[in-house]
Design a binder for this molecule. Structure first.
Ligand code: NAD
Ligand code: MG
Length: 398
């Protein structure tokens, strides 16, 4: 079998490490072309020694020096060339020898390299939802125009993809009898916390997700439910749906990963243990199936599945996400940028948890929004929204 070359953007994160676990089970099928990391050079060095990629990408000369030192004189180290900076991420994402790109950088930082992969016609395994939320139609146009394939790794979207007939892409949701898309949400760690106590929650409490182990940014997003807001926008672009066709349903066990409702009354869902190796293996092998290393789901042991409707008073950011998707243009990029600033400030104890939605709402209200035609426009909207968010935060504090 001819091996596929894979670039892994964000290799040292939670999705990156899970991807390497799956790849390790299938070394006959896949070879690692490039790995990238931001700060965790130690882990990147271990991964380079284990997978011997052609390239390793780090943000600066300091990290490159450190990586060189860690790889030392080992024979394997000589096979890996070290590249530096954001342009290098785009280079390894668009390289002619690469077939597949795992987009697993967190946040807006992943947009240029994911778009570069789309423009180079790659098979993109999309974990970095922020990239699609920010760029929307620009990304989807690049995918279609350049013959790329976009496969969702986010567990909900992967579940929806699995629950839709394959020809939904050409025919559209209505033609294949889809009534609604139902995104499930665990509700995160604060589903039952009394509302007045949300003022005092700490970053560690917010990152203690009941079902998933994830990076800190997405963990906070799960606690505010902005993660579901971003996923709503992601679903609209991936499945060509309008926001009014997408519902959110609280399902605390994270066993049903999402559902599709059909006009005849049928609901089709995908179930599995909450383990990201499952959607990663699915996206890697689609339309085939691969062993993922995840345990099988024992429904008798699960015994009970629970559902409840969404409480918008507890999770006000959901309303903001629906609003941003309806507004279109740069609004989702503004929403995302304000959220990234708010989450970073909360993680550094500079903003109380309850003020995250308020800050995002103020930034959305005060930003000038426009249509999106280029990456530069998206990045400018992102930068402007970050500046405004920081300004508003400073004003509140002074
Ligand atoms: P993480 O924080 O664990 O890892 C992030 C990765 O991105 C790391 O490799 C880090 O080095 C790299 N990175 C961070 N900042 C960067 C920058 N400025 N430039 C270049 N690289 C940078 O995050 P994660 O939990 O693995 O999530 C990654 C993406 O996948 C996010 O978009 C998240 O929303 C999405 N996602 C994650 C999960 C999950 O279970 N963890 C599930 C669904 C979707
Ligand atoms: Mg998800």
């Amino acid at each position: 079998m001819k091996q596929q070359w894979i670039t892994l953007l964000g290799a040292t994160g939670s999705i990156g490490c899970n991807t390497l676990e799956v790849l390790d089970l299938h070394r006959d099928r896949y070879r690692v072309f490039a790995l990238s990391a931001h700060r965790n050079v130690n882990r990147l060095a271990e991964q380079c020694l284990r997978f011997s990629p052609r390239f390793a990408v780090v943000p600066g000369e300091r990290e490159a020096e450190c990586l060189r030192g860690l790889l030392g004189q080992s024979e394997r180290a000589e096979t890996t060339e070290i590249l530096i900076g954001p342009e290098a991420l785009c280079h390894v994402a668009a390289h002619p020898e690469v077939q597949t790109v795992m987009a697993a950088i967190v946040g807006a930082a992943g947009l240029p390299s994911t778009l570069a992969a789309a423009r180079a016609g790659k098979r993109i395994l999309l974990a970095n939802k922020e990239a699609l939320v920010m760029s929307g139609g620009l990304m989807m146009d690049a995918v279609h125009r350049c013959g790329a394939t976009l496969l969702p790794v986010d567990s909900e979207h992967n579940a929806i993809f699995q629950s839709l007939p394959h020809h939904h892409r050409e025919q559209g949701l209505a033609r294949v009898g889809v009534n609604r898309i139902i995104l499930t949400a665990s509700g995160g760690p604060f589903l039952k916390t009394p509302l007045d106590q949300l003022l005092q929650v700490t970053p560690d409490e917010a990152c203690r997700h009941p079902n998933w182990v994830m990076g800190r940014k997405i963990s906070v997003d799960s606690a505010t439910m902005m993660n579901k807001g971003l996923e709503l926008i992601e679903a609209c672009w991936l499945f060509n749906a309008n926001p009014d066709q997408v519902d959110i349903l609280i399902h605390p066990e994270s066993i049903i990963h999402s559902l599709v409702a059909y006009v005849d009354g049928s609901l089709i869902a995908q179930l599995g243990c909450p383990d990201m190796r499952i959607p990663i293996a699915h996206a890697l092998a689609f339309p085939e199936r691969l062993v993922s290393g995840a345990p099988a789901l024992d429904l008798a042991r699960v015994a009970q599945l629970n559902f409840q409707s969404l409480d918008l008073e507890r999770f006000p950011v959901i309303r903001l996400a629906y609003g941003a998707m309806r507004a279109g243009g740069t609004a989702p990029a503004v929403l995302n940028a304000a959220n990234e600033v708010a989450v970073a400030a909360f993680l550094e104890h500079r903003l109380p948890f309850r003020d995250i939605p308020r800050l995002i709402e103020s930034v959305l209200e005060q930003s000038a929004q426009s249509a999106v035609h280029t990456l530069e426009q998206v990045m400018a909207a992102d930068e402007e929204a970050r500046r405004l968010a920081l300004h508003l935060m400073r004003r509140e504090l002074s």
